[in-house]
Design a protein around this ligand. Sequence first.
Ligand code: ADP
Length: 567
Amino acid sequence: MVDDSLNRTGASLLIDALQKNGINNLYGVVGIPITDLARLAELRGMKYYGFRREDSAVDAAAAAGFLTKKPGVAMTVSAPGFLNGLTALAQATKNCFPLIMISGSSERHIIDLAQGDYEGLDQYNVAKPFCKKAYRVDRAQDVGLAVARAIRTAVSGRPGGVYLDLPADTIAQLNDDLGEKNMGVYKLVDPAPLQEPSDDAINRAVDIIKQAKKPLIILGKGAAYDRTEKQVQELINKTDIPFLPMSMAKGLVPDDDKHSAAAARSLSLKNADVVILIGARLNWMLSYGDAPQFNPEAKFIQLDIDATQFDSAQKISAPLQGDLTSILNKLVPALTATGYKVPSDWLDAIAQDTAKNDAKFAKRIKAGETNPEFGYYGAIEPINDYFQEHPDTYLVSEGANTLDIGRDMIGMKLPRHRLDTGTWGVMGVGMGYAIATAVETGKHVVALDGDSAFGFDGMDVETMCRYNLPITVVVINNGGIYNGVDNVVPDQLGPTTLDPTGRYDLIAKAFGGDNYYVTNYQEMKDTFATAVESGRPSIINVQIDPSMGKESGHIGNLNPELNLKPL
Ligand code: ADP
């Protein structure tokens, strides 16, 4: 046992360095060699949240990073724990969420000579392709510097995941070298320095927008992360440029704002002559900016912190590099000074298409209330009704049809209140994101999950109940991946089939949470608000018809189709 009464172990320095930089929550799964480190963190006033699997813990830290703009911190044990966390580290990096994943590891000399350590793996090198940067801290005296490097890397420039390798030796080592090179622990000065675009870059963008007859703003989760709601709303209100929010940018401008083109998505993308991307990438989710979804003549203006993003899929006619706040602080006054307003025929075209689509959608929702085959619309309508009345409720969502239909149905009024499967469209983020959201915001959280998605991390219901968090998990259960009626071979369960009568709600009961079971619209309407407002951990199993749900939801086109016939 190492006497830490002088606060000189690597573990102690790590905790001190995180706290000095305003990080007070840790998410993780303990075991060799980090168990005492977690205990010490609690003794020193940090809050440690223990999960049932590392990917949930790392997802939680990633969500914390997105919500707070400070890196979330997750801890795992070595090799298998590290590998379980690695997927979530990669996801956070893809999503541009700041995160530090710290894993206990074996000493370098044992790993490098392949001497066969307990859970021995060259984690430092394995992690490198999956994060922004990996660091390894071999001496206790370097812990302060290592934490500083990790924080700065996670939050500066394009945010992302950082891996910090922490050998067992360093955890218990005493920092005895008090020589000149020992920098101790310290608070970083300006961890994410602002970056302003040049006047030339701003003028170039203004010149293009000024000529636009059919401009469109696309808001991405980068804009939500950077807290640009004030600037974005001003830009839209002063110019009348319509906007399309990507799913995690919903609420940056309220979904019911008159400038929203969400219900006229196809029309607005197809016809826009100038597309202004604010913290959004022209990746698969935006069809790479290609025709026929986009107008082939469209000019693109992109606002992003990462200049290597420009021209990734289309020619960017006006690249604006910098943090979004600084860019918008220059762009909005420069553009509004020209007196630019969107031509009214463009707004009329969008308004007409919106009215037409809204009417169709309203019919579908209405039918969902009484449809004898209870489905997504009837299940989700009461959730939307609740969010309109209580916008300061957080929504986490995953699944295929559940995600897609929920995204279209549930209107958000506040920024950063929706977290979902993100850039990779990953299932299994729900519980980690929901738990961190409840912890970091103290608000009620709804985790809206398909039954398949919920299966990836359902055991963390125990975590939600153990910490008594105000989370309502809604499991929309159609008994399958996509749906529950697909058996290919008679007398054999099909690959997409799950248990259609599974009582997911009873998992909450097993751990002292509340459980609800609903089978129609009225029951859902009567139950949902009660569950959320109780402030108790709960699961609502929403039993919908197994035939409901399309293959891969709205992205079925990505499935290679085979001619499925027996030989
Ligand atoms: P979405 O999936 O919502 O379209 P993406 O994750 O594709 O959004 O895009 C987010 C973009 O925002 C990334 O290209 C990232 O570099 C950028 N970004 C993130 N944070 C900032 C910031 N603070 N300032 C500027 N750009 C940012």
